[in-house]
Design a binder for this molecule. Structure first.
Ligand code: ATP
Ligand code: MG
Length: 287
C-alpha cells in the first residue's frame, strides 16, 4: 500500500457507491469506496471486465451519479449542487475509448468543443474568438497534430483521433483527466505513444489523471499508482513495484496469472502480451 499521504488531495471519494437498477434487483457495481487522488498523480485502474473500473471512473465526474457517498474536488469542495457540478465538469477532461469526436467536423472544431463550457449557448454557436482558436491550435501542436487542424476528424487514424481527444481535454484547461480505456482500440506501439503523450502532458501541467487499462505492462510502465478492482471493490492500491503475483492473482484470478507466466517472462518475471516500455519519454517535439 502507498505509505506517504499525498500533499494535495485533488479528488476525494468518500464511501462512493454505484448501484444500477437490475431487472430483478439492483446491482452493486461499486461497493462503498473511499479513495483520494493526489494532485498530479497518474493512477491506473486495473481489473477484469465488469470489475467496476468505468463505474468508479465515471463516478468522479458524475457521468455515473454516485448512488451513495460524496465526491470532493480541491478548490470546488463537495459536489452538492448543480453549480459545483458544472465547475467539476469544466475542470474534468474525459477521454473515451471511442474518441467521441464529431466525425464530420474539423479537428480544430472538435478541439474548440473543449471550450464550450466557458461560453454561453448563444456565444458558443457563433465562431469563437481568435484567442480561443489560438489556444486550440496550441493544444493541437502539443499533441503533434497542428498540421491536421483543418482535416475532418473522420479522416484521421484511431491513434490520431485519440490525440485530438487529448487536445480537446487540454483546451478545456482541465486539472483532472479521466480516461476510460483510451488505448483499447489501438495497436500496441500506438498505445505506448499515446500513453507517453498523456503522461507527459499530465506531468507538465500538474494534471491529476485516472486511467483505466487492460494491459498490465502498460500500467506498470506509466502509472504512479495502480488501483486494482474486483467485483466492485478496491482490492489493490499500490505502486507498480508492489503489483506482484499475489496482487495480480487477486485482480485477475490465479489461473490467469499462471497463463500470463506460461510464455517467455519479461524482466519483471511475468509473461507479457505487450512489450515493456520502461521509459515514458516524450515522442512529439514541441516547436
Ligand atoms: N448501466 C448499467 N446498468 C446495469 N448494469 C451496469 C450498467 N453499467 C455497468 N453495469 C454493470 O456493472 C458492472 C461493472 O461495470 P463497469 O462498466 O464499471 O465494468 P468495467 O470494469 O469498466 O468493465 P470493462 O473492462 O468491460 O469496461 C458490470 O457487471 C456491468 O454489467
Ligand atoms: Mg469499462
Amino acid at each position: 500500500m502507498i505509505q506517504s499521504e499525498p500533499q494535495i488531495k485533488m479528488i476525494e471519494l468518500k464511501n462512493v457507491s454505484i448501484v444500477y437498477p437490475g431487472k430483478k434487483e439492483p446491482f452493486v457495481a461499486l461497493h462503498p469506496t473511499t479513495l483520494s487522488f493526489a494532485k498530479g498523480q497518474f493512477t491506473v485502474l486495473l481489473g477484469r471486465s465488469g470489475a467496476g473500473k468505468s463505474s468508479l471512473l465515471r463516478s468522479i465526474n458524475f457521468l455515473n451519479k454516485p448512488s451513495g457517498g460524496g465526491v470532493s474536488v480541491d478548490s470546488i469542495g463537495e459536489i452538492t449542487s448543480g453549480s459545483r457540478l458544472r465547475e467539476l465538469r469544466r475542470c474534468c477532461g474525459m477521454i473515451f475509448q471511442q474518441h467521441q469526436l464529431l466525425p464530420r467536423s474539423t479537428v480544430l472544431r472538435n478541439v474548440l468543443n473543449g471550450r464550450l463550457s466557458y461560453h454561453s449557448f448563444f456565444r458558443s454557436i457563433c465562431p469563437l474568438p481568435v484567442k480561443e482558436r489560438l489556444l486550440a491550435l496550441e493544444c493541437l501542436d502539443r499533441v503533434g497534430l497542428f498540421e491536421k487542424a483543418l482535416n475532418r476528424a473522420d479522416q484521421l487514424s484511431g491513434g490520431e483521433q485519440q490525440r485530438v481527444g487529448i487536445a480537446r481535454a487540454l483546451a478545456q484547461q482541465s486539472c483532472i483527466m479521466l480516461a476510460d480505456e483510451p488505448v483499447a482500440s489501438l495497436d500496441p506501439a500506438t498505445s505506448v505513444t499515446l500513453l507517453r503523450l498523456l503522461k507527459r502532458i499530465c506531468s507538465e501541467d500538474g494534471i491529476t489523471a485516472v486511467v483505466s487499462l487492460h494491459q498490465v505492462d502498460l500500467a506498470r510502465s506509466f502509472a504512479d499508482r495502480i488501483i486494482g478492482l474486483a467485483l466492485g471493490r478496491v482490492i489493490f492500491d499500490g505502486t507498480p513495484d508492489q503489483l506482484d503475483d499475489t496482487a495480480l492473482g487477486r485482480i485477475y484470478g490465479e489461473s490467469h496469472v499462471a497463463d500470463m507466466r506460461s510464455t517467455a517472462p519479461n524482466e519483471a518475471g511475468y509473461e507479457s502480451k505487450w512489450p515493456v516500455f520502461a521509459d515514458p519519454s516524450p515522442t512529439f517535439s514541441q516547436t
